[in-house]
Design a protein around this ligand. Structure first.
Ligand code: ARG
Length: 561
């Protein structure tokens, strides 16, 4: 990696000069007209050495070991060190990337990681927020796997909460039999009863009691419940299949119940369960410095809660998988819940060597800045949303070339996923279907279009590029090559911070440069065969990178657009 090589050069110079060896931090240049990379350590060293940064910078430049990495290296006032790479260095690196597995990126020690994402609630209509957890989660899962970890995914259905009591109540109210239960019925009943419960405390209590009896195994409720789960989870699985999201385990909160007794014994052995107004609670503070509310473990009516099932699920995961990490992807509003759960894990010693990570995401908003709604203004059903995206895209396409259903599905997916994943996941974003569907701009279709263009050039060339000379032919060419070199940096950031947006943004920048490249350089008309092979080599490498990065963003490439 170029940055590592530059770091080594600087470290050598620091040693020669007997300067303190700081944690050398080389950064991409923000003045592309001046240089490719920069180092600003002279400012930090100036403080310890009590000399001017300019002096120090100049000395470092003068004492760099001989190398063929740099075409130019200079210290500019007041002390910035600027590096311009040599053509040989750039091309050496590109050859290395092309010929190494995973572009030569260094891999960490493999670990066992459980990732919990998606988290849809059975019998409630899925909304855009659940889409986000599924897409961002799937992407992070693929990134972790790319870095050689053993990753276990679990959807963690919300399958035994208050909504179940509400739906069962509604079904019984209408005298519905088990065989009557279908999706349409569930989609009507849940919003209806849930709205009524908001106005009617008594009704809410009744539904809570049904939920409690269901948890305790009431056979009639159990039978309703089983059918509700069957119908609803089949629908959710269909949607997940459409968006290419898959899990090793399709467990739900209810699967954690069988671990609660053992968990209770364990927590009691650590003296953590306390009674408070008839309920069982756990103090969630690690020290007296915080005042977190207690985690509710069991209500006074003996019902278990969200925190209980999450703890019991961790108990199960520790037994079954011995994970080094457990990662959760949910809406940022669940921050307190996970702090409580993680603190209890730490206090009790449930997860002594396991790192628990809560990865949050922001809200998907409409143009009005409020949570997104579809055109009809109703609760946005995901199937409607996909239909709307598909329609928008087919309308803006200028050609009337036929497209297969498969390709349309791929593009619909790309539109939604690229729009989501380009944002820092922690931030809210505005869902604007027309903007996301454009073929020019920071969109899924733009990336796919670029990828198809490159593929076409490669195919039409009738030449499989196998070598790269040390030439670089013009500025557009050089800029593209420099962007290719930056891959490891962005990918490492995506991995370290669990942020797919680094990859999406890298890909977009790469595609902008690629468009400039093939528009100014007419590769397949070239007479100079060396030049032609060099450029095809660059395109082939770009093509591989786009393919692999799109896969990490859960986006497929259509056969045509
Ligand atoms: N079902 C939850 C919700 O809709 C998300 C579940 C997240 N995972 C977990 N282990 N708590 O908010």
């Amino acid at each position: 990696m170029i940055i590592e090589k530059l770091t080594a050069l600087i470290t050598e110079a620091l040693k020669t000069l007997n300067y303190p060896l700081e944690d050398v931090n080389i950064i991409e240049s923000n003045r592309k007209d001046l240089c490719d990379y920069q180092y600003d350590g002279a400012f930090r060293l100036a403080k310890t050495l009590h000399t001017s940064p300019n002096d120090i910078g100049q000395k470092i430049v003068d004492n760099l070991p001989p190398n063929n990495l740099l075409q130019k290296c200079e210290c500019l006032p007041p002390g910035f060190i600027n590096f311009t790479l040599s053509d040989t260095a750039i091309n050496d690196e590109l050859r290395y990337m092309m010929n190494s597995p995973k572009y030569g990126i260094k891999m960490p020690e493999p670990k066992t990681m459980v990732i919990d994402y998606g988290g849809p609630n059975i019998a409630k209509p899925l909304h855009v927020g659940h889409l986000r957890s599924a897409i961002v989660g799937e992407s992070i899962k693929r990134i972790l796997k790319y870095y050689n970890h053993h990753v276990i995914s679990d959807v963690h259905f919300g399958d035994i909460g208050l909504q179940m009591g509400q739906v069962i109540y509604g079904l019984k109210q209408e005298n519905r039999q088990i065989e009557d239960i279908d999706l349409a019925l569930l989609e009507r009943i849940y919003p209806d009863i849930s709205a009524k419960c908001k106005e009617d405390e008594q009704l809410k209590e009744t539904c809570a009691n049904i939920t409690k009896e269901l948890q305790d195994g009431n056979p009639e409720y159990r039978a309703y419940w089983q059918k509700i789960c069957e119908v609803s989870s089949a629908d959710i699985k269909n949607l997940y299949r459409f968006i290419d999201v898959d899990f090793d385990y399709w467990y739900g909160e209810s699967d954690a119940y069988q671990y609660i007794d053992d968990l209770t014994k364990f927590l009691n052995s650590q003296n953590l369960l306390e009674t408070s107004e008839g309920a069982l609670v756990i103090d969630a503070n690690l020290s007296s410095a915080t005042e977190l509310p207690p985690l509710l473990y069991q209500k006074s009516n003996k019902a278990y809660l969200y925190g209980t099932t999450d703890l019991a699920t961790i108990y199960q995961r520790m037994q079954d998988f011995h994970p080094d990490n457990i990662l959760y992807l949910t809406d940022a509003r669940q921050g307190l819940h996970f702090t409580q759960v993680f603190n209890v894990c730490q206090k009790s010693g449930l997860t002594p060597h396991t790192q628990l990570e809560h990865l949050t995401f922001g809200t998907v908003n409409g143009a009005d800045g409020k949570p997104y709604k579809t055109r009809s203004g109703s609760a946005p059903k995901l199937t409607d949303l996909f239909a709307e995206v598909k329609e928008t895209f087919t309308n803006i396409r200028e050609t009337n070339q036929e497209m297969s259903t498969e390709d349309i599905a791929i593009i619909t997916n790309a539109i939604i996923k690229f729009a989501d994943l380009q944002n820092n996941r922690e931030k809210d974003y505005i869902f604007d279907i027309a903007k996301f569907s454009e073929v020019v701009g920071k969109t899924g279709p733009y990336i796919l279009y670029t990828s198809l263009r490159i593929n076409k050039i490669l195919q039409e060339s009738q030449l499989v590029p196998s070598k790269l000379t040390n030439n670089i032919y013009n500025e557009v060419d050089r800029n593209l090559r420099l962007q290719l070199l930056k891959l490891a940096n962005y990918l490492n950031n995506a991995y370290t911070y669990r942020m797919p947006s680094y990859i999406a943004n890298y890909l977009y920048d790469l595609c902008v440069l690629l468009n400039a490249f093939y528009q100014t350089n007419h590769i397949n008309n070239l007479e100079d065969i060396n030049n032609k092979e060099d450029w095809l080599y660059i395109l082939q490498l770009s093509n591989n990178i786009i393919r692999d990065m799109l896969n990490l963003l859960v986006i497929q490439i259509p056969s045509k657009m």
